[in-house]
Design a protein around this ligand. Structure first.
Ligand SMILES: *[C@@H]1O[C@H](CO)[C@@H](O)[C@H](O)[C@H]1NC(C)=O
Ligand SMILES: *[C@@H]1O[C@H](CO)[C@@H](O)[C@H](O)[C@H]1NC(C)=O
Ligand SMILES: *[C@@H]1O[C@H](CO)[C@@H](O)[C@H](O)[C@H]1NC(C)=O
Ligand SMILES: *[C@@H]1O[C@H](CO)[C@@H](O)[C@H](O)[C@H]1NC(C)=O
Length: 396
């Protein structure tokens, strides 16, 4: 039967036709491929010409107006450079996280670092007695966990253009501790901590330096010594910009060798001694101590469920353009930190390329940034140092 088919003259004709067909298809495919690369080039050109349009649309969307043409062209150059960085981060994350031209798209990573992030510092090391003693749990972790369902996490705030993340992180942790203890969720005053906390850890050269950065562990110490905190409405946030912008003078001695050069200008009547009103301290809110949690991320997840939302810090250089997904950048230090935030939960992302465990984190860059003001970062690999400065206030 098969011999007969091979001998069939018809088959020969068909096979010759088939060969011709394959040849034609190959030629078409080759021609198409060359057209395609031409098309890529054409698109790239169009993109270049179109980036001005893209910038104009972005300006409209974010209500950005520049006063001089010089500033406009400078911002446009930065915008284009940022688009290239965004593309690179998207490639690197391969769909696991998405980066986009968000409200920070007209400021360079360097400018972002100096206005929004804190001066990069190595991880503060604490003595053994500051670590929370916990008996290791053998219970398996739940698939996911989230404090936001439990009315202990307040609304997402916006620090504006001030390096005050450390005060937001501190206050958000205290809000959680207070809500867990008294079933009452309040917005507490971040500005009080920014203005009044002049804590220093002189031997280690760490300090709380207002809009130039600080550390939650020091700020917990300040709240303990101060004896209380006002609410956000009693002592509102003003140092980050907006129409009520304030210029706060240092409260006490400004150690330039820790904090850097002081503010060029400040207004005494906008500063701590004029604004702090102890009679407005929230009743029953007394910070007694603070503790650090272990660096083991399984232990952190266990403790998070018991203690409440925790203050954490990380290297956030590549976080500027984060839009959604699980953050896990190539360029990230595990030992130098520049941003403090609040850990509220964890879970596992079931993606195309397997499961990725993540942490859920509350940021202070406004509700329009990231995932409604939150972001997720890879869990279990010490990503960006997220496990190195996990702390909490202890309430009396
Ligand atoms: C906290 O402030 C936000 C506005 O930023 C407000 O919407 C929210 O209701 C306040 N929450 C509490 C518990 O007062
Ligand atoms: C300021 O900080 C430096 C560096 O840590 C320290 O040597 C100095 O004693 C500090 N000054 C004061 C007055 O605390
Ligand atoms: C200083 O701050 C006070 C209170 O906000 C304000 O009334 C005053 O105009 C400010 N002074 C200057 C010079 O800006
Ligand atoms: C982290 O802690 C868990 C739970 O106590 C333990 O099983 C695991 O071995 C620890 N991992 C490391 C690297 O120490």
């Amino acid at each position: 039967m098969s011999l007969f088919i091979i001998a069939d003259p018809c088959w020969n004709i068909m096979s010759r036709n088939l060969f011709a067909l394959v040849l034609v298809y190959t030629v078409i495919a080759l021609v198409c491929a060359s057209f395609e690369s031409k098309e890529d080039e054409y698109l790239a050109n169009l993109k270049q010409k179109d980036s001005l349009l893209h910038f104009k649309l972005w300006q409209l969307e974010h209500g950005k107006v520049y006063t001089t043409t010089e500033e406009h062209s400078r911002r446009f150059v930065t915008f284009k450079e940022n688009l290239a960085l965004i593309e690179q981060l998207n490639k690197e994350h391969n769909g696991m996280a998405i980066f986009a031209a968000n409200k920070f798209a007209d400021i360079s990573p360097a400018e972002f670092g100096s206005t929004v992030l804190m001066r990069r510092r190595s991880v503060p090391q604490h003595s053994q007695d500051k670590f929370l003693k916990s008996s290791p749990s053998t219970d398996p972790l739940p698939e996911s966990f989230d404090w936001r369902d439990k009315n202990v996490v307040s609304s997402v705030k916006d620090q504006g253009s001030a390096g005050t993340c450390w005060a937001f992180s501190t206050v958000a942790n205290v809000e959680g501790q207070f809500a867990m203890k008294y079933q009452k969720l309040l917005n507490l005053s971040v500005e009080q901590v920014v203005d009044c906390d002049d804590s220093e850890d002189v031997p280690k050269r760490y300090g709380d330096c207002g809009v130039y950065g600080g550390w939650p562990y020091l700020a917990f110490g300040y709240l303990q010594r101060q004896g209380g905190i006002e609410t956000e409405s009693a002592y509102p946030y003003c140092c980050g910009g907006g129409k009520d912008l304030c210029f706060v003078c240092p409260n006490g001695y400004w150690n330039a060798s820790i904090c850097g050069p002081p503010m060029p200008y400040c207004n005494v009547s906008q500063s701590c001694p004029y604004k702090l009103d102890k009679s407005k301290f929230v009743e029953n809110l007394v910070v007694n101590d603070w503790k650090q949690i272990d660096m083991n991320e399984t232990v952190i997840a266990q403790q998070l469920q018991v203690i409440g939302p925790l203050s954490v810090a990380l290297d956030a250089r590549m976080l500027q353009f984060y839009s959604k997904g699980v953050f896990n950048p190539y360029l990230c230090s595990k030992t130098t930190l520049d941003h403090a935030v609040l850990l509220v939960g964890f879970g596992t992302d079931k993606g195309l390329f397997g499961d990725t465990p993540y942490w859920t984190i509350k940021n202070s860059w406004g509700p329009s940034w990231g995932e409604k003001g939150y972001f997720r970062i890879k869990r279990g690999a010490g990503t960006c140092g997220i496990n190195t400065q996990v702390t909490t206030a202890i309430l009396a």
